[in-house]
Design a binder for this molecule. Structure first.
Ligand code: SF4
Length: 210
């Protein structure tokens, strides 16, 4: 079976929006400022965006606050015309959901549960507030599985009766551009994905290689 080209699917949607001459509303789940930077720059041309900073997977309140503060600073300094919805740090949602998957490697089942937990909040919020679309910035990471992210998004779209915006933001040099923007704005770029298990694995790798 041919692999789907999510970037092409997104291009078709943005072409239709351009032809129509009217922006659509988008509820965009964001994980951190570096990943959001390119996504905002790119999507603002086509969508009125509301960002959802909902990341109960973070390993500490300190890390959660740091990433949230950087996001707000980026939006202000770059002047992106977006709204931001913030949520309280409630890691118990994450731990309840990934129970039994603590030892999974990054990119395994635990991560798929984690994608779904965060995308679900965006689908719920989008449905409750009458958005045209919802999606997440997660597919910009070369370490994350775009097929899984989109598959989960499509499943939630059916569940909540709201359109999921397909994405593979690393395409079209999206990941490269996010690094350029991170440098330009001096953004904090964490060296682990976010949860306590990704931090543990990163520290283990450092020890092995030192
Ligand atoms: S490694 Fe990243 S995506 Fe996977 S569970 Fe941890 S925070 Fe979530």
């Amino acid at each position: 079976m041919n692999k789907r080209n999510y970037q092409k699917e997104l291009d078709e949607i943005t072409d239709r929006i351009t032809a129509d001459g009217r922006k659509q509303s988008l509820c965009l789940h964001v994980c951190c400022a570096p990943c959001s930077s390119y996504c905002m720059e790119y999507l603002c041309r086509y969508f009125d965006i509301t960002l959802l900073f909902f990341n109960p997977n973070m390993d500490s309140k300190e890390e959660y606050d740091k990433r949230q503060t950087e996001l707000i600073r980026l939006v202000e300094e770059a002047g992106f015309p977006v709204k931001i919805e913030l949520f309280r740090y409630e890691p118990e949602h994450f731990y309840e959901n990934v129970k039994g998957h603590e030892g999974d490697p990054e990119g395994g089942e635990r991560c798929f549960i984690c994608y779904e937990l965060r995308l679900k909040k965006a689908a719920e919020f989008a449905a409750e507030n009458g958005f045209d679309y919802f999606t997440t910035t997660l597919s910009i990471s070369p370490y994350k599985n775009a097929e899984k992210i989109n598959g989960i998004g499509e499943k939630l779209a059916l569940e909540y009766g709201i359109r999921h915006l397909p994405s593979d933001f690393k395409k079209k040099n999206g990941y490269k551009r996010s690094i350029e923007l991170s440098r330009e704005y001096g953004l904090y770029r964490q060296d682990y994905c976010g949860c306590v298990y990704s931090r543990r694995d990163k520290e283990r790798d450092y020890e092995k290689n030192s």
